[in-house]
Design a protein around this ligand. Structure first.
Ligand SMILES: *[C@@H]1O[C@H](CO)[C@@H](O)[C@H](O)[C@H]1NC(C)=O
Ligand SMILES: *[C@@H]1O[C@H](CO)[C@@H](O)[C@H](O)[C@H]1NC(C)=O
Ligand SMILES: *[C@@H]1O[C@H](CO)[C@@H](O)[C@H](O)[C@H]1NC(C)=O
Ligand SMILES: *[C@@H]1O[C@H](CO)[C@@H](O)[C@H](O)[C@H]1NC(C)=O
Ligand SMILES: *[C@@H]1O[C@H](CO)[C@@H](O)[C@H](O)[C@H]1NC(C)=O
Ligand SMILES: *[C@@H]1O[C@H](CO)[C@@H](O)[C@H](O)[C@H]1NC(C)=O
Length: 669
């Protein structure tokens, strides 16, 4: 286990920062110059490397441009012998990938990036003893970064990034992006890239081992009206179909990889990832993202697929003749790609199965699914979770069946879940920790993320961590935190949250405001986590005893004042990201608490016949309007880049509106 003190406070003031990553570049002029505002980094990779790796070479070249103003160039080597320019992306959705980018500056330093066993130049460096990959070879998603002398003819020195597999190489390159100042959130939360005049590769060798958790990702869920409204506005009907298509998903895949995650459960309320746009699944694979389906969607088929293509009831005991081939088609379609198959079955939608003997039925469902996979993959590999990863989510009633003795083959990963209040209901017992498929967790965010996920890790739930992120925005901060824990939990001990917040704030908004922003978001997460907003109404906090309501409102007022003062101190280019990730959540929370507490006071004062009840009623109306304006401001930010993203209703109208009318009657009598 690595020492917790790995980030001395000096690192926080050093400029190169990637959360949870040891620095390999600096802005102090130490080591080999990679790039400056006048010279461009040259990125070399091998034509035979994974398309996912080649794509990120291109991203990295542009990330340098974001920081120094001079794009890097990408050179594609053919078996290490010289440039070749014929690699192609099957789905070049952005129309940007060139792999032969010429730069707009003088030639600067060289980065050679590649995957062991796939990249001839990397393999040659290993054979010639120029880099030692012994620590990572054959491991999952690991990477080595080193500065190497004369890596090839005509190149005096290069920074070499060698991955044990395609995502290992990708994480190594994106670590450089993050360190030089491009946040994983540069697109999805508009974090402005930092600006630097020169970037140097530090003369150091850094080994980044395998992640703590094998499959780490998120689930886009409950995605209407906000995310779906945004999607419908931004991705109108195209030859590929409207909505949740590859034109949207490619940026989600990129975000996942930049967050050092690898796994996605796509939106499914009214969409079919594999059907709506036939580019989506091959694109995920081209990016190197592992696809899954939600806990309730077996054999890689979306719920809606049964509604559209299914025949008869979704009841295995009465309709196996239709459901079996439906499963076969899902497995056949999934076979060419990296994915984790959901096993078992639940009722229609997100409900319990209804059959006489659910346990018997479920066992026969899994037996049938296993037979199908056997048929497609061959028996041996099906029992090997490295070849055909399978998962069974013990959600709600399914956990009950398991506890009642339902048999689950031991190569299927058991996915434990929380109780929708952020408490994981159960974790592997000692007798369950040596299952080949291991265990994982399906989590819904709560304030206790560190505590619960640390518990899960210690109890050996390390195969899959998937978190439900709703509409994706505005959960940027908890998503980052979750993925950093999943990537290397040894770095984050129980008092690490303020330190993590400091690094996060420095990355997103700059060091000048990092300490204040971290304190604010620490307070905010406590305040917002105290009780879910939807469970707060005017009767929740006492307006009589112990100044409870006033104390809370004062806390929110302090937080709001801090958010405003930090935002005012930031350069204009940082306003959108700060607004989205800090100012908006803090202010919306403040307004919400103010309304609930003011309604409570209004009620009491009206009963007491006090005229001040009227002023409170006016105040509540003004705050309600402010809430509306705040959502509007979010939805129209940056010319409506995030249109509809704040369309979710904030108020249980029944709770606040009804009392208002009663109070007004009370006032006038
Ligand atoms: C870098 O390349 C991208 C993609 O081709 C382009 O949009 C951008 O303008 C370039 N940046 C600079 C600084 O030349
Ligand atoms: C790329 O080049 C190789 C070798 O020169 C050739 O065999 C291959 O067909 C080319 N691929 C494309 C897509 O042009
Ligand atoms: C990607 O599309 C652009 C624009 O159509 C094209 O110039 C470029 O060559 C394509 N890249 C690849 C690798 O196919
Ligand atoms: C469906 O179930 C019946 C009764 O158990 C069985 O005889 C039949 O083979 C099953 N069909 C399929 C396609 O699994
Ligand atoms: C594969 O598994 C099936 C049952 O799942 C079994 O009938 C068959 O004999 C197995 N084949 C081999 C080659 O092990
Ligand atoms: C955060 O909470 C601490 C402790 O309650 C308090 O002293 C501080 O003023 C708060 N800061 C902000 C910005 O809310």
């Amino acid at each position: 286990m690595r020492a917790y003190g790995i980030f001395p406070s000096a690192l926080l003031v050093s400029t190169a920062l990637a959360i949870g990553q040891k620095p390999t570049v600096n802005f102090d002029g130490n080591g080999m110059e990679l790039a400056s505002s006048g010279s461009s980094v040259q990125i070399m990779c091998e034509q035979d490397d994974w398309p996912a790796v080649l794509r990120v070479c291109d991203d990295l070249a542009i990330d340098f441009g974001r920081v120094t103003g001079t794009n890097g160039s990408v050179t594609l080597l053919e078996h290490g012998s010289g440039p070749a320019m014929n690699a192609s992306m099957i789905y070049n959705i952005t129309g940007r990938y060139s792999f032969s980018m010429s730069s707009n500056g003088q030639e600067g330093g060289v980065i050679i990036a590649g995957t062991i066993g796939q990249s001839a130049i990397i393999d040659r460096l290993v054979r010639n003893g120029k880099i030692d990959v012994g620590a990572i070879e054959g491991t999952w998603e690991a990477c080595i970064s080193a500065v190497v002398e004369t890596p090839m003819e005509g190149v005096a020195q290069a920074m070499v990034v060698a991955g044990s597999d395609r995502r290992g190489t990708i994480y190594g390159m994106y670590s450089v992006s993050e360190q030089i100042g491009v946040s994983p959130w540069y697109y999805f939360a508009d974090s402005p890239p930092q600006k630097h005049d020169t970037i140097h590769a530090t003369d150091t060798t850094v080994v980044q081992g395998s992640p703590s958790i094998k499959y780490r990702g998120f689930f886009l869920n409950d995605e209407a009206p906000a995310l779906t409204g945004y999607i419908m506005a931004k991705f109108p009907p195209s030859p590929w179909g409207p909505g949740y298509n590859a034109d949207f998903y490619h940026s989600v895949f990129e975000l996942l990889l930049r967050l050092r995650a690898n796994y996605l459960w796509p939106a499914q309320w009214n969409s079919m990832f594999n059907v709506d746009d036939p580019r989506s699944q091959p694109l995920a694979d081209e990016y190197g993202v592992v696809m899954g389906t939600s806990h309730t969607e077996p054999m890689m088929r979306a719920t809606k697929e049964w509604q559209v293509f299914g025949d008869g009831d979704w009841q295995y005991n009465t309709n196996n003749e239709s459901i079996y081939p439906f499963f076969v088609e899902g497995a056949e379609r999934a076979k060419p790609y990296e994915g984790v198959l959901t096993m078992g079955m639940r009722g229609e939608g997100d409900t319990a199965l209804e059959a006489g003997d659910e346990v018997d039925v479920l066992e026969s469902v899994v037996a049938a699914q296993t037979e199908i996979l056997n048929e497609l993959w061959g028996n041996v590999s099906v029992r090997n979770p490295d070849v055909v990863p399978q998962m069974w989510c013990l959600y709600k009633e399914v956990q009950g069946y398991y506890e009642a003795g339902m048999q689950v083959p031991d190569y299927i990963t058991l996915l434990w879940t929380d109780d929708n209040w952020g408490n994981i209901r159960r974790l592997p017992l000692n007798s369950e920790t040596d299952r080949i498929g291991g265990a994982g967790v399906y989590y819904h965010f709560d304030y206790k993320t560190w505590e619960q996920m640390h518990l899960a890790y210690e109890r050996q739930a390390r195969q899959i961590w998937i978190v439900n992120v709703g509409d994706l925005k505005p959960l940027e901060l908890p998503i980052s935190h979750f993925m950093d824990l999943a990537y290397d939990i040894s770095l984050w001990h129980k008092n690490s949250v303020p330190r993590w917040l400091h690094m996060w704030a420095a990355r997103e908004f700059g060091l000048d405001v990092a300490a204040q922003t971290a304190e604010l978001m620490n307070n905010y997460s406590i305040a917002a986590g105290r009780r879910k907003y939807e469970l707060i109404d005017p009767s929740t906090f006492s307006i009589i005893d112990y100044n409870e309501a006033e104390r809370l409102l004062n806390e929110w007022e302090t937080m709001h004042a801090a958010a405003k003062s930090i935002m005012d101190s930031l350069p204009a280019e940082t306003h959108p990201s700060f607004f989205e990730m800090v100012y908006h959540p803090v202010t919306a929370g403040y307004v919400y608490y103010d309304i609930m507490i003011s309604v409570a006071k209004n009620n009491l004062y009206a009963q007491q016949g006090r005229n001040s009840a009227n002023a409170l009623a006016e105040h509540v109306l003004a705050k309600f309007k402010q809430d509306n304006q705040l959502s509007h401001r979010y939805n129209t930010l940056l010319d409506g880049k995030w249109a509809h993203m704040m369309d979710q209703t904030h108020f249980g109208y029944v709770y606040w509106q009804q009392p208002m009318r009663r109070r007004c009657r009370a006032c006038s009598t």
